[in-house]
Write a protein that binds this ligand. Structure first.
Ligand code: FAD
Length: 478
């Protein structure tokens, strides 16, 4: 049977673009459909704009620090519209780079929504139909709002990058990495941030001491963090008796650019589980993401969909229908850009290079871009303790740079070591630039380095990371 193309990729995000380019490089005929913007979540509404906003937000405290170092420098204000213009120009540039990379590799790009008609046919929203030997679903995920009356009034992370004007106050609901990063970013940009998380501590799944330190630092920076707290009711502030005046005061100065009453992102009255009532210029839901697996016709074809909406795949990213594969966030394995890219590469090797390649999801390093950052690889102390007897090496100190400036910021360096094999099972760092540090430590951990390998490594002095190789005695065993 002959097909129009060897591979049709649905979704032009991190995973889909990499898989398409790699397959095309083998000489395969490849087409790709993207119904929004090439680059996907990471480039357009995730990692990239977020990191640029992280950078923007860190300048707030720099004048204070600079003055402590002898600089004659005054505080300044932040101009969101100037930054936003530059941000979007950069995203446009990157989107163009993605298109050129694809087209330069010979991939035919369809700017259209795609759905599957049968195991080898894709129908496009522009009316086209393409048959393919293999179909790769790389449709990513989307932010979800909670099932709560008036939840449509709240923002989700996608909306933050598009705000015409920053709100003066925001309530962030959620405790995951996106919620915490947004809290630090908006706080740094001068927004008064309140954060509710229904759990006992933010950043569930990360090492307890590491997330505890991040939570403390966030509070110290002025984020009003409430744990064990959620909202039970929300309504547009203008419609709630007794709050019209409060809302009017906020809105009068921003009337032109802030969303109007009843629109997404408008001032909202909320009642929380502790009975407290308050009005915020905006509410931001960062309560979870769902895989984009609906409306693709997958279930009709026999592709298995899991409880959380994820496409179920095997170690080679193949679904229950042999010609259909899926990678990235839509499979809800590890929802990170480098993982989606790896899955795309492994798919291409398996299907187009005759080299069956399972995806290695073990010991994936990650960073949370809060202030300070949290870098992590391997097991948390809690998970390691459940697995085997361990030793914990940890040190917490005031880093030289901010201590000199009189700030209270603290850093945590922590290694979890197997008593039996002496291997470093986990490394957790809370520090400025922890994301950069953990990338390096992750190489050693992935190679199976022991605590003694770390100890044999000469320190780089004076740095924060030198503590990783100078911790002599365990703080506890268990
Ligand atoms: P996506 O990048 O989501 O791409 C899927 C694409 O498919 C989208 O462009 C979508 O428009 C398109 N599409 C969907 N349905 C169809 C259809 N039917 N037809 C055609 N096209 C379709 N990861 C990190 O590693 N580090 C970070 O710091 C980080 N920060 C993040 C911050 C935020 C706010 C968010 C939301 C995510 C962040 N992530 C981060 C996660 C990362 O962005 C995702 O893991 C990654 O983008 C997943 O890539 P993907 O290819 O699976 O999907």
């Amino acid at each position: 049977m002959s097909f129009d193309v060897d591979l049709f990729v649905i979704g032009g995000g991190s995973g889909g673009v990499r898989a398409a380019r790699m397959a095309a490089a083998t000489g395969a005929k490849v087409a790709l459909a993207e119904d929004s913007r090439l680059g996907g979540t990471c480039v357009i509404r995730g990692c990239v704009p977020k990191k640029l906003m992280v950078f923007a937000s860190t300048f707030r405290d720099m004048p204070t620090e600079a003055r402590a170092y002898g600089w004659d420098i005054a505080d300044g204000g932040f101009d969101w519209s100037a930054f936003r213009g530059k941000l979007h120009a950069e995203l446009d540039r990157l989107e163009g780079v993605y298109r050129r990379l694809l087209e330069g590799s010979g991939v035919v790009v369809h700017d259209a929504r795609a759905r599957l008609v049968d195991a080898h046919t894709v129908a496009l929203s522009d009316g086209g139909r393409v048959t393919a030997k293999h179909i790769l679903v790389a449709t990513g995920g989307r932010p979800e709002r909670p099932d709560l009356p008036n939840a449509h009034l709240g923002l989700v992370s996608d909306d933050v990058f598009l705000l015409e004007k920053l709100p003066k106050s925001v309530l962030i609901i959620g405790g995951g990495f996106i919620a915490c990063e947004m809290a630090c970013i908006l706080n740094g940009l001068g927004v008064k941030v309140t954060q509710f998380y229904r759990g006992a501590q933010i950043l569930r799944g990360f090492d307890d001491e590491a997330r505890g330190l991040v939570a403390e630092a966030m509070k110290e920076q002025g984020i009003d963090l409430h744990l064990g707290t959620n909202i039970v009711e929300m309504a547009e502030a203008a419609a709630v008796k007794g709050h019209e005046a409060e809302m009017g005061a906020d809105v009068s100065q921003m009337a032109d650019l802030l969303p109007k009453s009843g629109e997404k992102g408008c001032p909202v009255w909320v009642k929380s589980t502790n009975g407290h009532e308050a009005v915020f210029d905006a509410v931001l839901f960062a309560t979870g993401r769902a895989p984009n697996s609906t409306g693709l016709g997958l279930e009709d074809l026999g592709v298995a969909i899991g409880r959380r909406g994820e496409i179920v795949v095997d170690d080679y990213s193949q679904t229950a229908v042999p010609s259909i594969y899926a990678i990235g966030d839509v499979t809800n394995r590890v929802n990170l850009t480098p993982v989606a890219i790896r899955e795309g590469m492994a798919f291409s090797k398996t299907v187009f290079e005759g080299e069956p390649t399972p995806v290695d999801h073990d010991l994936i390093p990650a960073a949370v871009f809060t202030q300070p950052e949290l870098g992590t690889v391997g097991l948390t102390e809690e998970a390691a303790r459940d697995q085997e007897p361990i030793e914990v090496y940890a040190t917490s100190f005031r880093p030289m740079r901010s201590a000199f400036a009189g700030a209270n910021a603290r850093v945590l360096m922590k290694l979890i070591v197997s008593q039996k094999t002496r291997k470093v099972l986990g490394c957790h760092i809370v520090a400025p630039e922890a994301g950069e540090m953990i990338q390096m430590a992750a190489i050693a951990v992935k190679m199976g380095a022991t605590k003694e390998d770390f100890d044999r490594t000469v320190a780089v002095h004076p740095t924060m990371a030198e503590e990783l190789v100078t911790m002599r005695a365990p703080v506890r065993r268990g």
